[in-house]
Design a protein around this ligand. Structure first.
Ligand SMILES: NC(=O)C1=CN([C@@H]2O[C@H](COP(=O)(O)OP(=O)(O)OC[C@H]3O[C@@H](n4cnc5c(N)ncnc54)[C@H](O)[C@@H]3O)[C@@H](O)[C@H]2O)C=CC1
Ligand SMILES: NCC(=O)COP(=O)(O)O
Length: 363
């Protein structure tokens, strides 16, 4: 792999003004999954729109790229050179790679906890790079949550990890996708993220919902350019609790949180029964649905848009997008070329839009 020349520095003012394509850190995810393949393919396909910098094991990425398409050109960027001299200017002829070495040989489709810490190291480097100004945003390929835990690090997801790394007390997971041509985007945010179902009720609190609604409202304005976001809030129980006969969370917690948010000027309403809310006559007047937990909202979104959806972490002091799917070990184990990289391309595209919307808001 060639080395990047470091003599040309990007002028920060030019970069902020949008004269240079946004630079995105792409963490390549679980090495035994489809992450490396879809990262390379999407970054190469979109190289004229985005400067993608792949974070992962350089030798493994070079091998993967050569097997996908020998005409794909990667070039190594050294972390030390970045730390000393900042980000060099580079064009669309090649994709930059920062080497984050793996501990063990990769067998596609077979997890190895020895590589778990290297996957986390790519996230750490991405966060460092955004804080330092090398990168405008982070796009993450899927990782295997269990492998990070097996490596000895308690880990429930990128969402929670990035919140911790940036000392952000509250973040919101939102997935978005376009169900069909000409249709408006469907956005589904979650009041709770990765936690066992038995813990959900206790985790849905008035204070928590207030924070979540504030974050959705603010980020839809600042990162998505929606002037007055409209948010539909689901209940937690069947039929939104059926006036308390099927659970009291709607009466005691969710409705008061909605009323309080309305009083703060947030355009939200509910709680609505989750089983009937997801139909065009309600969704056409909404910018986002707030569901109470992971498997209440995401199956709907994935059914409607799987393979084209994007996972966005709201509330972070940085822009992070990801795919709508996991590591697909079953596909990775069968060889290259089976994974669809549509969601990875959508994640890159969405990060670009968000970076540009924020630049436009600043200027
Ligand atoms: N952003 C992230 O890091 C995410 C990570 N995960 C992790 O992924 C792991 C596996 O999760 P699963 O529930 O098995 O979901 P999965 O999305 O990996 O697989 C579910 C099914 O969808 C297929 N599939 C997934 N992505 C595909 C693609 N790009 N093209 C074609 N087919 C695709 C798979 O082959 C499989 O049949 C778990 O550890 C989970 O935590 C899951 C979602 C997001
Ligand atoms: N279902 C979404 C998911 O599990 C992704 O989580 P995260 O790693 O983006 O926090």
């Amino acid at each position: 792999m060639d080395e990047f020349p470091h003599e040309r520095q990007v002028n920060e003012a030019r970069r902020q003004a949008g004269a240079v394509r946004p630079t995105l850190a792409v963490t390549t995810g679980e090495p035994a999954g489809i992450g490396p393949e879809i990262s390379i393919r999407a970054a190469w396909a979109m190289r004229r729109e985005a400067n993608c910098v792949l974070l992962g094991d350089a030798a493994f990425l070079a091998l993967t790229a050569s097997l996908i398409d020998p005409s794909i050109k990667l070039a190594a960027l050294s972390v030390q050179a970045l730390r000393n001299g900042g980000l060099p200017h580079f064009g669309p002829e090649r994709i930059a790679v920062i080497d984050v070495p793996l501990a063990a040989h990769v067998i596609p489709g077979t997890l190895n906890a020895e590589n778990g810490r290297a996957v986390l190291a790519t996230l750490d480097l991405a966060v460092e790079g955004v804080k330092t100004g090398w990168f405008d945003a982070i796009v993450t390929a899927p990782l295997q949550k269990s492998t990070i835990n097996d490596a000895g690090v308690a880990f429930s997801g990128h969402t929670e990890y990035l919140a911790e790394k940036t000392a952000t007390p509250k973040v919101v997971m939102m997935l978005a996708g376009v169900p069909g041509e000409g249709q408006p985007p469907l956005r589904v945010a979650l009041a709770t993220t990765h936690l066992p179902l038995k813990d959900v009720s206790a985790a849905v609190t008035r204070e928590g919902l207030a924070q979540v609604l504030d974050i959705i409202d603010r980020d839809l304005k600042t990162k998505f350019g929606i002037a007055a976001p409209r948010i539909l809030v689901t209940g937690l129980n069947p039929h939104a609790g059926e006036n308390g006969y099927l659970g009291r969370e709607e009466i005691d917690t969710i409705a008061p949180a909605i009323e309080a948010a309305q009083a703060r000027g947030i355009g939200c309403s509910g709680p609505y029964p989750a089983d009937t809310l997801f139909q065009p006559r309600y969704l056409k007047d909404a910018d986002c649905v707030l569901a109470m937990y992971h498997d209440q909202g995401l199956p709907v979104l994935k059914y409607a848009t799987f393979g084209r959806g994007v996972n966005i972490t709201l509330g972070l002091p940085l822009t992070r997008t990801s795919v709508d799917h996991g590591t697909a070990l079953d596909l990775a184990g069968q060889g290259l070329g089976l994974a669809d990289c549509g969601s990875m391309e959508a994640a890159i595209s969405s990060a670009l839009h968000m970076v540009r919307a924020q630049r436009a808001a600043i200027h």
